[in-house]
Design a protein around this ligand. Structure first.
Ligand code: HEC
Length: 284
């Protein structure tokens, strides 16, 4: 299996613009056309549904779940948190003037003042600390609820990530791209092995989802995460998922909101530009 993967990856990497002179836009076109060829029966915007876009067998059950979704109460809780007054009388709502129109599609973005990639979760916690409040925990709980509420209000808006003409922005983008294609962990596998080259194939009990459309549905409610939580709260952020996927190949995960994961999210989300936000979503 490993030999096949290595041979295949070498072959495909040779035909994929990897850390070459390719612009983000070239990368996006290649990424998208790869999946369009691999899954000719899946309409572009259906990739927002993760594995259910390519696995008709599990789709029906998932659609039934989505009719009475488990994340709904967390969207409500997120709304409550969002409007709750800080000690200084302000609230998260004051930091996000356009939230009603939906803002999720613009994150992550590159802040040319600080030279950093800003994720939605990062912006939420910055708003709290700027107002003298403690930051939320990074991977689940209130931060995931607020993020779910903001994603919910952004449903249907198309991802619109920009890489400005700035060396530091390109560096962050390329760092994320490198993470995506680099082999890691004891199993020596890249994100790209599972979610690009082998997407649609089965690995143990799972079918591997295409990376195209991955970020649109986050945060997600996972039954698996609910099972691990005393209160049954199954919500988690994209970086929580990144950590889980790094661990699957027995690599040490990076910290949620580390430079590494923010760069990965930047590249990963850019690759889904033009697809509709549909978060939060329900997952196994
Ligand atoms: C050994 C294979 C493997 C590797 C390597 C791997 N993943 Fe995954 N990943 C999975 C499986 C299995 C799932 C659950 C089924 C699915 O949705 O694909 C999953 C799910 C996900 C999801 C959730 C998709 C959704 O719609 O809910 C995201 C996002 C994700 N992976 C990102 C990554 C990223 C980024 C990397 C690299 C850091 C990575 N994965 C590496 C196996 C892998």
């Amino acid at each position: 299996m490993k030999k096949i993967i290595t041979a295949l990856s070498a072959l495909l990497i040779a035909t994929t613009p990897l850390l070459s002179q390719a612009t983000p836009d070239d990368d996006l076109k290649a990424f998208r056309s790869y999946f369009a060829k691999k899954f000719p029966n899946v309409p572009l915007n259906d990739f927002i549904n993760g594995v259910y876009a390519v696995d008709p067998a599990s789709r029906e059950q998932w659609e039934a779940f989505e009719e009475f979704p488990s994340y709904e109460i967390y969207v409500d809780k997120g709304e409550e948190e969002f409007n709750k007054k800080f000690a200084n009388g302000k609230s998260l709502a004051d930091c996000f003037p356009n939230y009603k129109k939906g803002i999720r599609q613009n994150y992550p973005y590159f802040d040319t003042e600080t030279g950093k990639v800003v994720t939605l979760e990062g912006a939420i916690n910055k708003c709290r600390t700027d107002n003298g409040e403690k930051p939320y925990k990074w991977k689940k709980g209130k931060l995931a609820w607020v993020s779910a509420y903001l994603a919910y209000l952004s449903r249907g808006n198309k991802l619109n990530i920009k890489v400005p003409d700035d060396e530091r922005a390109m560096a962050a983008y390329n760092r994320g791209k490198k993470h995506f294609y680099a082999k890691r962990g004891q199993l020596n596998m890249a994100c790209a092995d599972c979610h690009y080259y082998y997407s649609g194939s089965r690995i143990r009990a799972d079918i591997l989802s295409p990376a195209l459309g991955h970020p649109t549905g986050f945060p997600v409610y996972r039954n698996k995460w609910a099972g691990k939580s005393k209160s049954g709260d199954g919500m988690g952020t994209l970086h929580r998922r990144y950590g889980g996927c790094n661990k699957q190949v027995r690599a040490k995960p990076f910290k949620a909101q580390s430079d590494e994961y923010r760069a990965l999210e930047y590249f990963h989300t850019y690759m889904s530009n033009g697809l509709e936000v549909n978060g939060p979503s329900q997952r196994k």
